[in-house]
Write a protein that binds this ligand. Structure first.
Ligand SMILES: *[C@@H]1O[C@H](CO)[C@@H](O)[C@H](O)[C@H]1NC(C)=O
Ligand SMILES: *[C@@H]1O[C@H](CO)[C@@H](O)[C@H](O)[C@H]1NC(C)=O
Ligand SMILES: *[C@@H]1O[C@H](CO)[C@@H](O)[C@H](O)[C@H]1NC(C)=O
Length: 354
């Protein structure tokens, strides 16, 4: 008898942690936290399509991010902390008073998200749409990554007037880059370059021309992206008919080259294996190389450089003869004349000689 009882007790104890984790799997309860030192430093949506948590970045750095959890291609759709990586020992916590707080290993808070209207947050969740939300007990979302996008929008997501996407700096640097895609307060949807370090917007390099008529940018559940208009109509950004959102993941990203692209990727492995990258479905503007950046804009490739579309219709930045890249790791930063460099190195040689 005793052994049967022990056996049953043991079974109950073994099942208990599983039961608890199954519950917190979807609802992230107050007081929950994850550290990037944990074996599984993220929470996944119910379907397992999306993860929210610490994504390994490079060396000992992590990004607090949302990404596709089932596919082999690394694809981050949202980042916290302005895309700045955090070191080992960082922690994300939903505090007992409902604040989502990112702290470093010494406990310093470096980023947080909280209810927009002082509502009491009851739980957080990463939804199957890829939206991470803070919710009240009545399931009213009082903060959502869908309302605070970085460079990407997903099906079921809406950009309201005044909201924007900002490109990341380079392919692997998620901090803020030079390009913005903004639905202005007047209803016009525009692309800008940002002048650094003044942060001023240059003249738009594309505009929808919907001043006083645009109301929202919608990426609907069927994969269509369009502006809704005051008249009740819509203005599509592309005439293409999207593939099924049941079979394909879809996202639209303002890429670091200033082009807004809608992408697709199969949800399950095709018989010939997973594709190595996402397929571009359509893009805007169609030729960024010939887009006008106005009097003060330097163009997509930066100063002293020129731009050519490669075979994938992506801009490639090149330096004219006698010039070289300012930053060899980022061809979008522009070019500088070689002779300045020679003069400088001559001066350095002189200094070291003297
Ligand atoms: C905590 O760590 C951060 C870097 O992660 C550092 O900038 C900060 O000065 C540290 N603060 C304290 C109180 O040690
Ligand atoms: C999550 O929490 C809300 C509010 O407390 C509750 O209504 C909902 O049923 C919970 N969902 C799960 C899967 O536990
Ligand atoms: C998405 O928008 C397209 C174009 O307006 C429309 O035909 C389709 O029915 C919409 N899908 C959903 C789920 O609303």
């Amino acid at each position: 008898m005793a052994s049967l009882f022990q056996y049953l007790l043991c079974m109950v104890l073994l099942q208990l942690p599983l039961f608890i984790s199954a519950q917190t799997y979807n609802n992230i309860t107050l007081g929950s936290s994850i550290s990037n030192l944990d074996e599984k430093p993220y929470w996944t949506s119910r379907s397992g399509d999306f993860a929210f948590g610490f994504h390994p970045h490079h060396k000992d750095f992590f990004l607090l991010a949302i990404w596709y959890a089932k596919i082999p291609v690394k694809t981050i759709v949202w980042t916290a902390n302005d895309g700045k990586p955090v070191e080992r020992g960082a922690k994300i916590q939903l505090t007992s008073n409902g604040v989502l707080s990112l702290t470093t290993s010494n406990g310093t808070e470096i980023w947080k998200a909280e209810a927009i209207d002082n509502s009491q947050v009851a739980y957080a969740a990463i939804l199957d749409t890829g939206n991470f939300v803070l919710s009240t007990a009545e399931s009213k979302f009082v903060w959502a990554t869908f309302d605070n996008p970085t460079d990407t929008i997903l099906p079921n997501q809406v950009l309201d007037l005044g909201n924007k996407l900002s490109s990341r700096l380079t392919k692997d640097d998620y901090t803020v880059g030079r390009f913005e895609f903004v639905l202005l307060g007047d209803g016009n949807l525009v692309f800008y370059t940002i002048a650094r370090p003044t942060e001023k917007r240059n003249e738009p390099y594309w505009a929808s021309g919907t001043v006083d008529s645009g109301t929202q940018l919608e990426f609907n559940q069927s994969g269509y992206i369009y502006l809704t208009l005051k008249s009740g109509g819509i203005r599509s950004l592309s005439s293409e008919r999207p593939v099924s959102t049941e079979e394909y993941y879809q996202r639209a990203t303002l890429d670091y080259d200033g082009v807004f692209r809608q992408y697709t990727y199969p949800k399950s492995s095709p018989t010939n294996g997973w594709p190595e990258s996402w397929s571009t479905f359509w893009s805007l503007p169609q030729d960024i190389c010939t887009s006008s950046f106005g009097e003060f804009g330097s163009g997509v490739c930066g100063f002293n450089s020129y731009c050519k579309l490669d075979k994938d219709q992506r801009p490639e930045c090149l330096c004219p003869p006698g010039y070289s890249f300012i930053d060899p790791d980022n061809s979008f930063k522009g070019c500088k004349p070689n002779f300045v460099q020679q003069l400088q190195s001559a001066a350095v040689e002189e200094m070291t000689a003297g």
